[in-house]
Design a protein around this ligand. Structure first.
Ligand SMILES: CC(C)(COP(=O)(O)OP(=O)(O)OC[C@H]1O[C@@H](n2cnc3c(N)ncnc32)[C@H](O)[C@@H]1OP(=O)(O)O)[C@@H](O)C(=O)NCCC(=O)NCCS
Length: 425
């Protein structure tokens, strides 16, 4: 069926010129016109099979998606069947968002329409700027972002509007506004005046414009664009799962994104790229790399930016990023940082390749972000800014074929215990 993903938004959007033909957008599972949810139509058998215990759910398939495919053994990541390396080399973040949300690449008019719609949603309400002003300048950026994403819902008249179409409009707003939140929180804590978004820029250029108060070079904007493409979606990772759990209760997209940002914040998930930069700072120079890494390996400590729960081969997101990091490090006079990273990689691979330990996406994104002038404690926010599109796409997929996500816990406590009155305990 011809789908209407974003169609309603684009059709009514002042930023979309009427002569641009409306895209025939399709969202993966909009092949069906089924309502968002209908508990009475559940396909669950009357007598469910005995549950299995799968701590961490690593061996459980809990949802379907048409957005990203991962083969961890072979080191493959595809968005809608297109390998991530090709997307990083040739696509843009906006085009990738379209691909994920519509399960096909856009034509030129469709891409223009989506970009225009996003651009016209960059701005945030004045009340949100006031709120940022009220934040302590010492606030951890991910705390600030989680709070601000939640607050956006207070200012969206559609925040609690039911249905998939309203969620798609909210998805567009969330992806468009998140960079404005992050950049202007950083300006606030740095004692700088806010910089309003520039609706003539793409998302990457606009973010760096607001962050630094000047238009970035094309190479800098492209560096960020590549990172945004690489982080946009990654199967049912922890924050995506958390978002789907929230939306599956038929809560709203702002609540789901707030859940996701909070989940991404954990050091076992989104925080590793910050740790890579901290490690590079701690090592400090090329001569100290060998001793530092060997010492860590001997102590059986983790080297940040290596290993992955799913990938047991080279993380496909790291392949092009490594080439890119070298280029941007050269251009910005940070080659030392890249060379140190490369040396760390050589040592870790020599010691750990047999265990499937290779650089992951975080390893070279740390160098890339640093070269773009992004502060280390903003790195996880950069991840959130990109993954917002994947989270929203997953939530739409969930709504299209919804069932409350409700696993069971294995009870390990006592049975038949007596209730003892307070006075007798
Ligand atoms: C991502 C991570 C949690 C995956 O963990 P995992 O799937 O449980 O990995 P495993 O425990 O199966 O690892 C196998 C072996 O490699 C070692 N190993 C895993 N990651 C390592 C790393 N980053 N540095 C050094 N050794 C590592 C393990 O200690 C284990 O060694 P052992 O067999 O001697 O006990 C883990 O690799 C890690 O913490 N990496 C660092 C943090 C990071 O970069 N996270 C971002 C992921 S995108």
């Amino acid at each position: 069926m011809q789908c209407s993903f974003l169609e309603a938004v684009l059709r009514n959007h002042p930023a979309v010129p009427s002569q641009i033909p409306l895209p025939t957008l399709t969202m993966s599972s909009l092949a069906s016109s089924a309502p968002a949810t209908n508990p009475s139509m559940s396909t669950t058998p009357a007598t469910p099979a005995a549950p299995i215990f799968d701590k961490g759910l690593g061996n459980t398939i809990a949802a379907t998606t048409q957005m990203s495919f991962i083969d961890g053994g072979k080191g493959v990541l595809e968005y809608v069947g297109i390998d991530i390396d090709s997307l990083a080399r040739y696509s843009t973040y906006e085009e990738t968002v379209f691909l994920l949300w519509n399960t096909k690449l856009p034509d030129a008019a469709q891409l223009r329409a989506l970009s225009s719609a996003l651009q016209s949603e960059y701005e945030i309400p004045d009340a949100i700027y006031d709120m940022i002003r009220s934040f302590p300048t010492t606030a951890v950026p991910m705390h600030a972002l989680r709070t601000l994403v939640s607050a956006l819902g207070l200012h969206d008249v559609e925040a609690d509007a039911d249905g998939i179409e309203a969620s798609k409009r909210k998805a567009l707003r969330l992806v468009a506004k998140t960079p404005t939140l992050i950049a202007n929180f950083d300006r606030h804590r740095s004692g700088k005046a806010f910089v309003r978004p520039n609706p003539s820029f793409d998302i990457a250029t606009n973010f760096l414009w607001m962050l630094n108060g000047e238009k970035p070079t094309a190479a800098m904007a492209r560096g960020l664009d590549v990172c945004l493409i690489l982080h946009a979606d990654h199967g049912l990772n922890a924050s995506t799962f958390a978002a789907r759990v929230t939306i599956a209760t038929l809560s709203d997209l702002y609540s789901a994104m707030t859940t996701a940002v909070g989940t991404l914040k954990g050091p076992l998930h989104g925080g590793a790229n910050e740790e890579v930069m901290i490690m590079l700072d701690e090592i400090g120079s090329m001569e100290k790399v060998e001793a530092f890494v060997q010492d860590k390996l001997e102590r059986k400590e983790l080297i940040m930016g290596f290993g992955h729960r799913v990938y047991k081969a080279y993380d496909p997101r790291a392949t092009y990023l490594k080439t890119f990091a070298k280029q941007i490090a050269t251009d910005t006079g940070n080659l030392k940082l890249f060379e140190m990273s490369q040396k760390i990689e050589e040592i870790v691979i020599a010691a750990k390749a047999d265990k499937g330990i290779f650089p992951n996406v975080d390893f070279y994104s740390a160098t890339t972000y640093h070269c773009l002038g992004i502060k280390t404690d903003l790195f996880t926010c950069m991840f959130a800014m990109s993954r917002m599109s994947g989270w929203c796409g997953h939530c739409i997929e969930q709504l299209e074929d919804n069932r409350l996500i409700r696993p069971q816990a294995k009870y390990t406590g006592p049975h038949g215990a007596a209730y003892v009155e307070l006075s007798k305990r």
